[in-house]
Structure formats: structure tokens, C-alpha cells
Design a protein around this ligand. Sequence first.
Ligand code: CDP
Length: 214
Amino acid sequence: MAELPYTIAIDGPAASGKGTLARRIAAHYGLRHLDTGLTYRAVARELLQAGLPLDDERSAIAAAERFAIGDMRRDVLADHTIGEAASKIAVMPGVRKVLVDRQRRFAGEGSGAVLDGRDIGTVVCPDALVKLYVTASPEIRATRRYHEILSNGGSADEEVILADIRKRDDRDMNRDDSPLKPATDAHLLDTSEMTIEAAFQGARERIDAALKQN
Ligand code: CDP
């Protein structure tokens, strides 16, 4: 059995399926789950609501220290504008430092946790028991996002979503601080041609093997 607490780190770009996979894994192994994207979204929402510029690092740091992780709700933070703003505030090292500290504390409590985001395997939890890097082609991710928006009663243009996804990938992969990239010891899961069930089975094999070994 692995030493407690242990972390499962899941990274990947927007709409790659990492969130759904993280929730499935957390439920299966009885672990707590933190969607770290929501922490960046919570800070972005505060700045937007206060009408502050998204590069106001002092205000962003204050917001990052203040909000309650337990109160974050994806439905409140789901807005496309908030996601875009989140990837802009996420380039500021001072904001990342505060959020990463809080994410690490979350990971260290109880018997462990599943964390999903962009820099979990590389920065937040480099000693995670298992690291997964979930990808899919930009076109497939845009189609998924499009159907997700429609099924929530919204409307959208798939071409615009694809352009946004490419822009966000570029910003997340090319920033100086903690860019999105697979950790050297991450298992790659390309979900382009995979159902969520198949992705989950693939992840489970890796986790079960690691739990037996450690
Ligand atoms: O759900 P979606 O993939 O659209 O985005 P998200 O996971 O909610 O993250 C929103 C933004 O926060 C990302 O585009 C990243 O710029 C940033 N983020 C980050 O920098 N590091 C993380 N660990 C998680 C999110």
C-alpha cells in the first residue's frame, strides 16, 4: 500500500477530459478532489466583479489569499469570460505562489487527493504517486466544449471555441512561470479517440500498479 497521503496528479489543456477523469478517479479511490482551475477562476471572478484590470497583481494576490476553497462552485465560475480571465491572471508569479501553497496544503490533508490542472505533476505535487497528462486534438476539444455548452442550455459557435482553445493553449504552454507541459515521468493519455470509460480504465491500471509497488 502507498504511503499516506498520496496524490494523483492530472494535467492537460482545456476540455481534454481531465476534470471528468479526475472526478471518476477520486470517487473510485475514495480521495478528495481539487480542480485547481477553479482557484484561478475564483481570483479572476473577483477582479472582474470589482472592475479591476487583470494585471493588477497586488489585488489578485489579495483575492488569492482570501477566497474559501470549499465554497468554489464550477457552475458559478464556468463562464467563458472567467476562463479567459483566469488564464491571464495565471501568468503572474505572485498569484501562482499563493494558489500553489494552498493547493499543496489541500493535497497534504487526510489520506490524499486527486488534483487536476496545468502544473500539478511539474510544480504543485512533483512527488505525486501517479502523474497523468491528458490530451486530445484541439478540434476534438472544441467539439466537446461546444456540446457541453449546448447541453447546459447555452449557444456557441464551434469555430470561435476552436480559436479560443488555440489561444488559451498558446498562453498556457508558453508562459514563463509553470507552463503547461507533461512532467518527465507522466503517463500520456490521448483521449481523442477514447471514451471516458476507456480513459478511466487506462488510468486505473497505472494507479493500481503504483499502489501495489509502493
Ligand atoms: O476548464 P478549463 O480547462 O477551460 O480551464 P480551467 O482548468 O478551469 O483553468 C482555467 C485557466 O487557469 C487555465 O487556462 C490556466 O491558465 C489556469 N490554470 C493554471 O495556470 N494552473 C492550473 N493548475 C490550473 C489552471
